[in-house]
Design a protein around this ligand. Structure first.
Ligand code: ANZ
Ligand code: ZN
Length: 854
């Protein structure tokens, strides 16, 4: 039967690959290693189109590199801890562990239907006992090294769910699940000293030439290195001084007040005696901690009555508690310059504080009374005494020197990056292996007591952390003094697990030992990482940090974990909305003669924008439909053809159909060849016949192009070139012999080989049909024959007055004046020159001739 039946052949090859462990990666394989990593999924229950795209992209690269002779490591696993499992547990009375492993089983089956070339023997789930155990050992190693510490910090607190929320989980000031207004609360939390690595994380971005520029810029921004000055104000009637951090020391003489954070020690001291101050601080805390929240909320303040003494003029300026000052940045206190800082400007207007202009832009005189907003640009210093007349960049230096000479301040560098808080008050995470003892303080669990394993018997019927409520788990004897003590009940941020899974894949069989350095060195760094742009900052920055930290405790050797990064775009689809019923699934709309209508109410449907596929917009397509209906090869080909990898991809049913029809065509092509030239050997030399020679030229040009497109990660144009080649291969019913048979055979074989990374099942099947017994997926990638690429004729564009009139087929080495002659003798050109005088003939060798006539 020669009908293309993807369901049958895909199942067949997947089984063979599985049984023969075709994609097993081995450290003892002598070939050049290539580590291809895709971001591992959260086991939410089923795969979505974003996964299909991500994993198709990863697999096409892995398969290409394998055919290039590389020893490819292409692993897969599960980012398995996290909140949704607990939510599911609360909603459906299923244990998070069961829920997670059931989802993994289901999603593994789904992924397997895509024909991805994973080494499944290295599969891991981050909630596996071994993985969690090894991770606790890593945590303690970093603790010994001084990279882990505990401190009080301000967090977003959901008063209903009794949990800490990440900034991203605070929506319009309310908890994302409870909807209750979020509070700020101080809690003792565990931190990683990522800020110790801020400089290196920033500087090493220069080594990441294989990353998208946007991602590097986002990381640099997030790290946020700024140069400024720290100096202290004397406070009237206080022994303590008020240190502030400023990036604009040039505006020193424009200071008209100071502002401090609600958590600032001065504010706290005041609150102890002043109930109004205490009330204001409490109000400030009834808002999230995110920078965004602080930026957008209305500026409000409380006058402490304390006066700060200006270090140059001796003038006394008020000190306010202000709701937009962060305790965790700089010193938690600011010298406020309303004329040149917008936040200070708004604040000064509100509280009728004087505004003093000290920077004049060139050619304009700013008037403090008439200022509509702060002037933040460059200029010359005015109203600044001894600093008058300096340009403001020079003034920054001079003011810094002024402080340094008087020993009241110094130039400093600040980072926006904060230490990484890894404590979560959750159950379904990796327990932090620490003990709290009244006598000994914080005591790490000794190795023989690891792992701190999650107790299975927990309930999710109440808000808060089930570990906290568990009747016995918390109670433990102090490993140091043996007295009753308490276990840490915080679990680790799930970003921990994703910060080293790529290392674990290198030696997944180490049990409670995290890594085998020898094998890690064999594979690391990752040659190519593929994943979503949504991880541009957190995951990719935490991983870089964690890797460097592990390097510094001797567990890995390279400086950066990911050499190249490809961030794929989103999968989008148009949306349908019914005025009465809201977002509609495709099956909830019908087409009549004119309009799309709602199946329920017949209202005319509003066809909305293409948006990221999401359940809430009812514009998702379930990959299962696609995979069951058309097969994996069509799905992969569509995904890779529909858009360049880093761009958004618009879902299109006709695009899917196009991919399907193309594969059918290739199928028929191979079968047609086997009918008319069953025993042919592929051509290996230039044929005499001109048409055959041209086809062979195209075959090799296509090899060169597809190869180059792979290197440039331009997979869609590679597919287009293969499609063009297929169009050029014409096989009739008549038997072929000699040259013709050989050239056709070579052309068809090339199509199958080039297609193999994209559509591996059909390619493998057709490879057998062509009579081969080896695995195409391990077969050598074709090489372009330089001789075949040499052309007898090239095409030259012929223009008259810049308009295309004809194409000339000429020898590549034709002389200029020959070409000119041919052009002037051309019929089609002549028709447009008639009655005019030729003024000039422009010749661009190898490309075009333009006749200028009027
Ligand atoms: C005086 C000044 C004048 C400032 C001026 C800016 C403009 P970046 O550049 O992001 O590092 N600042 C300092 N600590 C702060 C805190 N804890 N919370 C909120 N704001 C704080 O920002 C540094 C600037 O942000 C500092 O420079 C300070 O205001 C403010 F025309 O000092 B500036
Ligand atoms: Zn103790």
């Amino acid at each position: 039967d020669s009908k293309y039946n993807p369901q049958a052949i895909e199942a067949k090859w997947q089984k063979i690959w599985d049984e023969q462990k075709t994609f097993r990666a081995s450290e003892t394989d002598g070939r050049d290693p290539f580590y291809l990593l895709v971001m591992f999924p959260y086991p939410s229950g089923r795969i979505h189109m974003g996964h299909v795209r991500n994993y198709a992209l990863g697999d096409v690269i892995a398969r290409y590199q394998r055919m290039r002779g590389k020893n490819v490591l292409h692993p897969m696993g599960w980012d398995a801890f996290g909140m949704p499992a607990e939510n599911a547990a609360a909603a459906n009375n299923v244990h998070p562990k069961d829920w997670t492993y059931q989802n993994i089983a289901h999603m593994r089956d789904e992924l397997k239907t895509m024909g991805l070339s994973y080494d499944w023997e290295r599969e891991l789930a981050t909630c596996d006992q071994d993985y969690a155990h090894a991770e606790q050992a890593l945590f303690l190693k970093l603790y010994e090294k001084g990279l882990v510490y505990r401190k009080k910090s301000v967090v977003n607190w959901d008063p209903v769910d009794h949990t800490v929320l990440a900034n991203e989980q605070v929506i319009d000031g309310c908890g994302w699940r409870s909807g209750a207004p979020v509070e700020r609360k101080e809690l003792s939390q565990w931190f990683f000293r990522i800020t110790d690595y801020a400089d290196e994380l920033l500087a090493d971005l220069d080594k990441l030439g294989g990353w998208p520029e946007t991602v590097r810029a986002m990381q640099a921004n997030w790290i946020g290195k700024s140069h400024g000055v720290e100096f202290a104000f004397q406070l009237e009637g206080y022994d303590d001084t008020l240190p502030v951090y400023t990036t604009r020391p040039d505006t020193l003489m424009g200071v008209t007040f100071c502002s401090i954070a609600a958590e600032h020690p001065l504010a706290k001291a005041l609150a102890a005696t002043n109930p109004d101050a205490a009330a204001f601080i409490k109000e400030c805390q009834a808002a999230g901690t995110s920078e965004e929240a602080l930026e957008t909320q209305e500026k409000r303040g409380f006058d402490t009555g304390i006066k700060a003494i200006h270090p140059v003029t001796g003038e006394k300026v008020p000190v306010f508690i202000a709701n937009f000052v962060l305790m965790a940045y700089g010193t938690g206190a600011v010298m406020a310059v309303p004329a040149h800082d917008q936040r200070d400007f708004e604040f000064a207007k509100k509280y009728a504080i004087p505004i003093k202009v000290v920077i004049q832009p060139e050619g304009e005189a700013l008037d403090a009374a008439a200022l509509a907003e702060a002037y933040t640009g460059p200029g010359t210093l005015v109203n600044s005494g001894q600093f008058d007349g300096l340009d403001n960049e020079t003034a920054k230096q001079k003011v810094a020197e002024y402080f340094e000479q008087r020993c009241i301040g110094k130039a400093t560098v600040n980072f926006r990056l904060r230490d990484w808080g890894v404590s979560r008050q959750r159950y379904w995470g990796n327990p932090i292996p620490m003990v709290h003892c009244d006598a000994c303080g914080v005591v790490p669990l000794p190795p023989e007591q690891l792992p701190a394993a999650l107790p299975p018997d927990v309930s999710f019927d109440q808000p808060g952390n089930p570990l906290e409520r568990h009747p016995t788990w918390k109670h433990i004897d102090c490993p140091k003094c043996g007295q009753p003590a308490r276990r840490e009940t915080d679990t680790m941020d799930t970003f921990m697990e994703s910060s080293w899974y790529f290392l674990r894949y290198c030696s997944p069989d180490m049990g409670a030992e995290p890594l085998d350095l020898k094998r890690v060195n064999h594979w690391m760094p990752v040659d190519q990482y593929v994943g979503g742009i949504e991880h541009a900052v957190l995951h990719l920055l935490y991983s870089r940090f964690f890797h460097k930290a592990l390097r510094d405790v001797g567990l890995v050797e390279c400086d950066e974990p990911f050499t190249r990064l490809l961030t794929q775009g989103m999968v989008r689809k148009d949306t349908h909305k019914c005025p009465a019923h809201g977002w509609r699934y495709p099956r909830e709309v019908k087409q009549d003669d004119e309009f799309l209508r709602c199946v329920e109410c017949d209202s005319e449907i509003i066809v909305g924008r293409n948006e990221k596929m999401s359940k809430s917009k009812h514009n998702v397509v379930d990959p299962k439909e696609l995979l069951d209906g058309y097969g994996a090869d069509t799905a992969r080909l569509f995904m890779l053809f529909a858009a360049p990898p880093d761009r958004d991809l618009e879902w299109s049913d006709s695009g899917v159909d196009g991919a399907w029809r193309f594969l059918n065509r290739v199928w028929r092509l191979v079968h047609a060849l086997m009918q008319v030239a069953p025993g042919a050997k592929p051509a290996s030399a230039t044929p005499a016949d001109a048409d055959l020679k041209a086809l062979r030229g195209q075959v090799h040009a296509t090899i060169a192009k597809v190869t180059d497109d792979f290197e440039r990660q331009s997979f869609n144009t590679g597919i287009a070139a293969i499609m063009e080649l297929v169009n050029a291969i014409k096989i009739g019913d008549a038997p072929l012999a000699g040259e013709a048979a050989g050239v056709m055979r070579e052309a068809v074989e090339t199509v199958v080989k080039l297609l193999s990374p994209y559509a591996p099942h059909i390619a493998e099947e057709l490879w057998r049909e062509l009579g081969y017994a080896d695995d195409l997926c391990n077969h050598a990638w074709p090489e372009a024959d330089a001789e075949a690429l040499v052309k007898d004729v090239i095409t030259i564009i012929l223009q008259v007055n810049g308009k295309l009139r004809d194409r000339l087929e000429v020898a590549p080495d034709i002389a200029k004046d020959e070409l000119e002659k041919l052009a002037l003798a051309n019929d089609k050109a002549a028709a447009h020159i008639e009655g005019k005088t030729v003024r000039k003939v422009v010749v661009v060798p190898g490309r075009l001739v333009n006749i200028v006539a009027n």
